[in-house]
Design a binder for this molecule. Structure first.
Ligand code: T1G
Length: 676
């Protein structure tokens, strides 16, 4: 097999080139090729300096993550980078695209770094539950200081080449289209410069204030994660007077601890699961896509406005339709307000706000949708209303337009059936707030055409969503799994638990909030029959007293002006009343029962969804819960977590509390296999 590494001579400069598509991951073959090429350059007296660069779209994007579960192959990356640095001839890294992780570490071990202005550098290993294990935590603080080293390692931020140049992380900026030539010229310039600069020989100044501030600013973000603290410890080690050798030994030790831990396995699982989710098993990757030049959105409410922003922010014009001018104005006003809030935080320029708003065409005329290539219905959850809309769309939408519904639960096949073009109908279930939440459930109807699916999945990437294909089933994947959790959480209230206990168990597990906190945020009145005289359950009782959640400053909790929650004596009374009416004597509920009844039941529902073919793969279910509901990524999603809990334990827990485990779950538990 040919090596992905080749060399080219430019007189006294040896250029070492990697071509390992798609992202030049530092696979064993790449490492072996680099080692051989560096040795060749060092041994050849006519070589006075070396340049390392990559073909394709990016400089090395890191170690090859697919190798982590395989036996290690020499040279290991730490050995390779130290060998590069030890070269007695200058080595120069020529960077384009994203120099990430081990790729950044190869650049840091090189003696000089030149980058095109569009390049970015980073050490995002922390997002995989790891840390830069090839000297990155030791070289970064020595080159660029503690503060930047923490941002890059413990947070996993990327830094644009220009900023990296200002910080001394990059020595020179190349022309955007002349990287190799500029790198060779730079190599000629420094080839005789001595001493050769080596990061590991520099001293990194301690900066306890920066560490303290960083820990304080990121405490919430790091809650439950192990890797960020390990990164911080390694960066601090580089500044405590330890030698590079001592620091890198400590780094190696910490890296191996993380590598062997469950959190990194979970985070690496999600890294690949997210990319796998974009693949539709029975739709070829090269399916011809439909062109989407203009999107129509029906409904300018919270969802319609948020959905529109996704496309406007991606530079896709939107026609937004309402029935009343007042609603239309309110909707477009909210879009502008959201953009202006983003601009106020410096994350958008005023001219970008105007460009986005300029691409938004509000109208009361439904027929204006005729020019749209994709039309997304985002009105309230009522099947009759949706059918009426799709009947009208069928008459006015242009041939080939994709007709999508943002429904959260309803049957896409039933909606498609009112049109003459069911192949063009698909579900696009955005999660609120639609311009923020990354998950998009793409609901495949029985007749949805393959190219419609492929087009929507590709469009999801364009609007920076993580898309997962769901089948037609009530609540699709995420909301269907939410139902047993909500049912059991409510039952547990009757039996003796409190909203705060149940929420505490979920937050301690790593969820951003528990079921009742979530209910108060979304609205206790969502789906309520609106008849205050009809009180059949605790939720009805709350809704009837206008306890609709945060928006009415009272729900399952009471809220002050700043929406700070407090336990509600009134809610306790309501729960007591229902216990009395139901003849239930409250009992002490152990936390493990809450876990089994609210989390194991979700896993069981996920297994049923998979058995019914309503999700393509178990990892898709995980992706839904990570990106749609904030499931802690260090637990890898419900199905991965169940596996790490031990399926026999999950099955036993389900049976202990009277649930029937899904067949696939039981079989996998019995055979020691996995849920697929
Ligand atoms: N290893 C193996 N495969 C990788 C990979 C990697 N590092 N990065 C990407 N891929 C695959 C990916 O699975 C997909 O495969 C294809 O490449 C395109 O990726 C010792 C231990 C570089 C910004 O964390 O952030 O170095 O689905 O769809 O959107 O200190 O990939 O096509 O079959 O994401 O253009 C640290 C991870 C590793 C960077 C490009 N590095 N990658 O984004 O394409 S650990 C990272 C990314 C490490 C050392 C440590 C992104 C990207 P497929 P893609 P993209």
């Amino acid at each position: 097999m040919t090596s992905p590494i080749r060399t080219e001579r430019h007189d006294e400069i040896l250029v070492i080139i990697s071509d390992n598509q798609p992202v030049n991951a530092l696979s064993a073959a790449v490492r072996q090729g680099l080692e051989a090429a560096i040795k060749e350059g060092v041994a050849d007296a006519s070589v006075e300096a070396m340049v390392i660069r990559c073909d394709g779209r990016t400089f090395f994007a890191g170690a090859d993550i697919t190798e982590f579960t395989k036996p290690p192959v020499d040279p290991l990356l730490p050995t390779l980078v130290d060998m590069i640095e030890a070269s007695d001839k200058p080595v120069l890294a020529a960077i384009h695209g994203t120099a990430l992780g081990g790729g950044c570490e190869v650049a840091l071990a090189s003696h000089y770094r030149i980058a095109v202005p569009s390049a970015k550098l980073g050490t995002p290993e922390v997002k995989l539950g790891l840390l830069p294990g090839a000297g990155g935590t030791q070289r970064l603080p020595r080159i660029a200081g503690v503060k930047l080293a923490l941002e890059l390692t413990a947070k996993g931020d990327q830094i644009p080449a220009k900023k990296a140049h200002e910080a001394g992380l990059v020595d020179r900026l190349a022309g955007e289209d002349s990287l190799e030539a500029d790198a060779i010229a730079f190599a000629r310039e420094i080839k005789a410069a001595r001493p050769i600069p080596r990061a590991s020989e520099k001293v990194a100044a301690a900066d306890p204030d920066a560490v303290a501030a960083f820990k304080k600013d990121n405490a919430r973000r790091f809650r439950g994660f192990e890797a960020p603290l390990a990164n911080i410890a390694c960066v601090e080690k580089a500044t405590d007077g330890s030698s590079y050798a001592e620091g890198s030994a400590f780094e190696r030790q910490e890296f191996m601890k993380l590598m062997m831990g469950v959190q990194s396995a979970a985070q690496r699982h999600i890294f690949f699961a997210e990319r796998q989710a974009s693949k539709i098993d029975d739709v070829p990757a090269d399916t011809q896509l439909r062109e989407i030049k203009r999107v129509g959105v029906i409904g300018a409410g919270t969802m319609g406005g948020g959905i529109s922003m996704n496309f406007l922010s991606a530079g896709i014009p939107v026609t937004i339709v309402e029935m009343q001018q007042e609603a239309l104005d309110r909707g477009t006003g909210t879009v502008r307000k959201n953009y202006e809030a983003t601009a106020a935080k410096g994350r958008m320029k005023p001219e970008q706000v105007e460009a986005a708003m300029g691409a938004l065409t509000p109208t009361l005329n439904f027929d204006d949708l005729a020019e749209c290539d994709l039309i997304i219905e985002a009105v309230y959850e009522n099947m009759d209303v949706k059918k009426e809309i799709f009947t009208r769309l069928d008459k006015i939408a242009k041939p080939g337009a994709i007709l999508a519904s943002n429904t959260s639960y309803l049957d896409i096949d039933e909606i498609a059936a009112v049109t003459s073009r069911p192949g063009d109908v698909v579900g696009m279930h955005f999660f609120s707030p639609a311009n923020v939440m990354k998950l998009l459930e793409v609901v495949r109807g029985a007749k949805t055409a393959p190219d419609v699916l492929a087009t929507v999945m590709a469009l999801a990437k364009r609007i920076k969503k993580v898309a997962v294909v769901a089948g037609v089933t009530y609540g699709f994947i995420g909301n269907r799994m939410l139902m047993p959790r909500q049912v059991e959480a409510t039952k547990l209230l009757l039996e003796g638990a409190t909203p705060e206990q149940i929420d505490r168990v979920h937050v301690a597990f790593g969820m951003p909030m528990g079921p009742f906190q979530m209910s108060d945020l979304a609205g206790v009145d969502i789906g309520w029959h609106r008849d205050p005289s009809r009180i059949e359950n605790i939720r009805d009782a709350l809704a009837a007293e206008n306890r609709w959640g945060q928006k009415t400053k009272a729900g399952f909790y009471d809220y002050d002006e700043k929406r700070t929650p407090s336990n509600s004596p009134r809610v306790a009374e309501i729960i007591e009343d229902f216990r009395a009416k139901s003849g239930v004597t409250p009992r002490e509920i152990p936390d493990e029962e809450i876990v089994a009844r609210t989390l194991y039941t979700m896993v069981n529902e996920g297994a049923l969804i998979l058995e019914e073919g309503k999700a393509q793969r178990a990892s898709d279910v995980d992706v839904v819960w990570i990106y749609g509901y904030g499931w802690p990524v260090y637990r890898g999603g419900p199905m991965f977590w169940a596996q790490s809990e031990g399926l026999p334990k999950v099955v036993e827990g389900l049976e202990k509390y009277g649930f029937t485990p899904a067949k696939s779950l039981k079989d996998a538990a019995a055979s020691g296999g996995r849920i697929k």
